[in-house]
Ligand binder design. Structure first.
Ligand SMILES: [Fe+2]
Length: 207
């Protein structure tokens, strides 16, 4: 654990907190209250074992979009890109989700058991989805915030029609509410947060 890594990780959490604090939307108050309860002190920081995934081929394109939205946030993500442990849900496969899905999907924790700070029943991380993908209806007990940092992603909640959301939109999924995401030509990089009840993983509607 180096002082430098802790500084970079704390800076990312700080910039995310400031960015979310400047916005308005359902769920934000809960996210910010829970984030403020997490220990992001240097002593709590540890280095995840870095893991890369094929979806990272789209990270440069995503970061080019994030620079236009929030250059400081883009710089903070770029500064940690080699330190992140990218993961996939163990129950997801191309057989279930369609050919190529697992090469176009992944998430990394910033706060959480596999992130830089352990978190107390709280997850904060990044999600990536390649272009032209459909992450179908799924649900989980954890209330969830998504903050898409790239433009033109489409979101459905509670079985409703998909809506295109702008870069920086605040998207809130209450506990157990079904939700799905579609990408168009632009790959998706989003910040996400599970505020509580994190022990139960997401389940696909059809599973
Ligand atoms: Fe979710």
């Amino acid at each position: 654990m180096t002082h430098d890594l802790a500084q970079r990780a704390r800076q990312l959490v700080g910039v995310v907190s400031a960015g979310l604090s400047a916005r308005h939307g359902e769920g934000l108050a809960e996210v910010l209250a829970r984030l403020a309860q997490q220990d992001i002190g240097e002593a709590a920081c540890r280095a995840p074992r870095p893991v890369a995934l094929p979806v990272l081929q789209f990270l440069p394109r995503c970061l080019a979009e994030v620079v236009r939205f929030d250059p400081q946030l883009a710089a903070c993500i770029a500064a940690l890109q080699d330190d992140l442990q990218w993961r996939q849900s163990s129950s997801y496969s191309d057989e279930i989700l369609g050919t190529g899905f697992t090469d176009n999907y992944g998430w990394a924790e910033i706060v959480g058991p596999n992130g830089f700070f352990p978190g107390r029943d709280f997850l904060l991380g990044l999600l990536m989805l390649g272009p032209g993908r459909h992450y179908p209806d799924h649900y989980h007990p954890a209330p969830e915030l998504y903050w898409p940092l790239t433009p033109d992603s489409r979101w459905s909640r509670g079985g409703q029609a998909f809506e295109t959301k702008p870069q920086g939109a605040i998207i809130w999924h209450p506990a157990m509410v079904m939700h799905a995401t579609i990408t168009t030509d632009t790959p998706l990089l989003a910040l996400w947060c599970w505020t509580r009840d994190t022990a139960t993983p997401a389940r696909l509607k059809a599973a």
